[in-house]
Design a binder for this molecule. Structure first.
Ligand code: COA
Length: 432
């Protein structure tokens, strides 16, 4: 059957597509701005038909209605990451959390979880019958390739990103044409503290570096201070509108990259229509599955790779907690450890952990003598290197525990330094 005949034969409505999901199925859903919200809505509307459907995904940007208590018998969410719409349900015990490095999710889906269904969003097919996974290639491509059934929302608003971002329509069992707006993420408001952190981080960035930027106000604050740099490159798990601005300003050229020279490499994208129009059919942007982009050995092939991530808490030995506060799950590891390790493997690379010195309106120090009981270490003290707050930069790699503690206390909020010094004196009495 030629692809056009296949396409016509497999066109259906969202309501018809979700009828094919069986009770007890494991359904992997494309995440972040690639979430196929219209198909999820149809599935939730059809809840009475299901018992115990497991919904697996990473960053939730939509309503996550399947987490509501009234759907307890119908759906069950297994999360690789938590977001605003799923944290509450997780705190109430209605979400299971599976810890996994982002780079390993395609392998875990292939080898351990083996999904029955993948739901995704894609661009319309090209003349050869290939659809692009657009803003969310990451684990979506691998999940689609291992599922029994793929349900795709074919959306003219989904940019046609290039790279290893394509599926052939004959791999898709239900094609739902729906031109809804792609989810957008507005640029965050940047506070004075975040600006100060951005300025400090920028001191560690040189002309010709290749950058990994996480999500949120701190990476955006860093971008504000890069306008004077030259020939920066991008190899990152995700990027947003700030990168487009620096490309247009001639700061990001990808000219000095040692891998994928001339291209910004990413595995997912979150931003506004400006970003989506920029990446559409643009050979300067290459989107690859996450088991390639986030593989520390691939990351490490970029010389001068600078990773910038954030965290919740760090103790004075340099143990970094990024996904929980005690037993309260806040997010997930995402690509943090993939990129910290990749930066450590990169010739001239630098792994940066950037965070405000306090949280809770200044009442809680993020630099602590002991991690909160129940917290899970995300980046170990063996992997950590630069830690940056609004008060400065602590370089930890190669430093003894005593020297690390000194460096970290120097960049803690002044209100908490005495308390940290008291613990330092207790641990290292001979220094006083
Ligand atoms: N103690 C207690 N609670 C804390 C805390 C601490 N030390 N630090 C943060 N929190 C709480 C905040 O109060 C907030 O709670 P709320 O949602 O109830 O308001 C929540 O944690 C999120 O904190 P916030 O400072 O708003 O987070 P952020 O948006 O700046 O993100 C991380 C910070 C660490 C959560 C985020 O960077 C992350 O998930 N990192 C791990 C994944 C990663 O690095 N991926 C790679 C790049 S995408």
């Amino acid at each position: 059957m030629d692809w056009k005949t296949w396409y016509q034969a497999h066109l259906c409505t969202a309501q018809e597509a979700v009828q094919k999901i069986q009770s007890g199925s494991r359904v992997v859903v494309a995440h972040a701005c690639g979430e196929p919200s219209a198909i999820l809505d149809a599935m939730v509307a059809n809840a009475a038909q299901y018992r115990n459907v497991e919904i697996v995904h990473m960053v939730a940007m939509g309503k996550a209605e399947y987490c509501k208590p009234e759907y307890d018998e119908n759906f069950h969410h297994n999360a690789f990451f938590l977001g605003g719409s799923t944290r509450g349900a997780a705190a109430e015990g209605r979400v299971d959390f599976t810890p996994v490095y982002f780079s390993e999710i395609p392998g875990v889906l292939r080898e351990e979880l083996r999904p029955n269904v993948t739901m995704l969003q894609c661009s319309p097919p090209d003349e050869h019958g290939y659809v692009s996974l657009g803003v969310s290639v990451d684990y979506t491509k691998g999940a689609a390739e291992t599922s029994d059934l793929v349900i795709a929302q074919v959306n003219k608003n989904m940019p046609r990103t290039l790279g290893d971002s394509f599926l052939h329509v004959t791999q898709i069992g239900c094609l739902v044409e729906l031109d809804t707006p792609v989810i957008e993420l507005a640029p965050p408001k940047i506070t004075e503290v975040e600006r100060a952190i951005g300025e400090n981080v920028t001191q560690l960035i040189k002309d010709g570096d290749t950058l990994q930027l996480g999500i949120g106000a701190i990476p955006d604050a860093v971008l504000l201070f890069l306008k004077e740099k030259n020939d920066l490159g991008i190899h990152t798990e995700m990027f947003s509108d700030g990168v487009v601005e620096l490309v247009e300003a001639g700061v990001i050229t990808n000219k000095a990259k040692t891998l994928h020279r001339g291209q910004s490499v990413a595995t997912f994208l979150m931003g506004t229509r400006r970003l989506y129009d920029y990446v559409d059919n643009n050979p300067a942007v290459a989107m690859y599955p996450v088991d390639y982009v986030n593989d520390p050995y691939i990351i490490g092939q970029n010389d001068n790779l600078v990773s910038i991530n954030s965290c919740v808490q760090i103790d004075i030995m340099g143990q970094v907690v990024s996904t929980s506060a005690g037993l309260r799950q806040i997010s997930g590891v995402g690509g943090q450890v993939d990129f910290v390790r990749g930066a450590n493997l990169s010739k001239g690379g630098r792994a940066i952990m950037a965070m405000p010195s306090t949280t809770g309106k200044g009442k809680i120090s993020k630099i602590v003598p002991f991690l909160d009981q129940g917290s899970a270490v995300t980046t170990s003290r063996n992997d950590v290197n630069y830690v940056v707050t609004e008060y400065g930069i602590a370089q930890l790699r190669g430093k003894s525990l005593r020297k690390r503690a000194e460096a970290l206390i120097e960049i803690a909020h002044p209100d908490f330094r005495e308390e940290l010094r008291a613990e330092f004196r207790r641990r290292y009495p001979r220094d006083y």
